[in-house]
Write a protein that binds this ligand. Structure first.
Ligand SMILES: NC(=O)c1ccc[n+]([C@@H]2O[C@H](COP(=O)([O-])OP(=O)(O)OC[C@H]3O[C@@H](n4cnc5c(N)ncnc54)[C@H](OP(=O)(O)O)[C@@H]3O)[C@@H](O)[C@H]2O)c1
Length: 217
């Protein structure tokens, strides 16, 4: 397949690149700083574009079978009040997908993007209010935007729990629709296993227009 990867310089993005190259896909890594991506492969093209500017993305999305996104923003003290990164980036990406005539879009999100979504006590009363609440809220808004305003986009939201750098476990990930893997388990997952799930979804065409919670097997 021809696959474009956004957020390819991040720790999950690089795992998507490695896994996709092992599977012999043709990859276009769309990045803001090409020097940051040190991976070299004949099936890997690295291009520079601005994720907030649809026009700069269109030429690189044209001809792709799917676009995979591992974009994320680094939390700062401002994130306590508001995070708009996910909505600010998904809108131009969707505009570019439409102009490029690509409708398969698989992106990383998180468990517990919605409030009162079965969060454990610590997540609901400590982590969300003090750290991740606004990021998760904005990811949830991105999912709602795709569900409600983008009926033409075959999106899959890959809702991950805490990510690790560890190697793949080799066991199949658990998954289901919803805010978390149910019953709650597998709440630390290797980024490589997330990458495998995203590529499996791209290759199979499964999970179109669905939000899939995943966890380690
Ligand atoms: N960390 C966790 O435990 C966890 C759990 C669940 C879900 N998630 C979500 O999973 C996703 C991936 O997380 P991660 O930790 O692997 O990666 P990350 O550190 O969030 O990587 C972010 C990627 O987005 C790119 N990016 C950020 N701002 C950009 C901008 N303005 N323009 C262009 N590119 C930009 C970065 O590019 P540069 O390299 O150029 O900065 C990098 O490639 C994120 O959405 C994260 O919120 C994380």
């Amino acid at each position: 397949m021809k696959i474009a990867v956004l957020g390819a310089t991040g720790p999950s993005g690089i795992q998507v690149i490695k896994e996709a190259l092992e599977r012999e896909h043709e990859i276009t890594a769309i990045v803001r700083n090409p020097d940051k991506l040190t991976e070299n492969h004949e099936n890997l093209k690295v291009v520079k574009a601005n994720i907030f500017d649809a026009e700069s993305l269109v030429p690189h999305l044209t001809g792709q079978d799917a676009v995979l996104s591992c974009l994320g923003c680094t939390p700062s003290w401002l994130s306590l009040w508001t995070v708009t990164f996910y909505m600010d980036s998904v809108k131009p990406v969707v505009t570019a997908l439409r102009r490029a005539n690509v409708n398969r879009f698989i992106f990383m999100s998180s468990w517990y993007t919605k409030n009162n979504s079965g969060e454990p006590f610590f997540m609901k009363w400590i982590i969300k209010p003090l750290f991740l609440g606004q990021s998760l809220k904005n990811m949830g808004e991105m999912e709602d935007y795709l569900e409600i305003e983008c009926p033409d986009i075959d999106y899959t939201s890959v809702r991950a729990p805490q990510l690790s750098h560890s190697a793949t476990t080799g066991t199949p990930v658990k998954y289901n629709e919803g805010q978390h893997v149910s019953p709650v388990s597998g709440f630390i997952i290797s980024r490589r296993d997330v990458a495998k799930f995203m590529l499996d979804a791209a290759e199979s065409g499964n999970f179109r227009r669905k939000c899939m919670a995943i966890g380690s097997g």
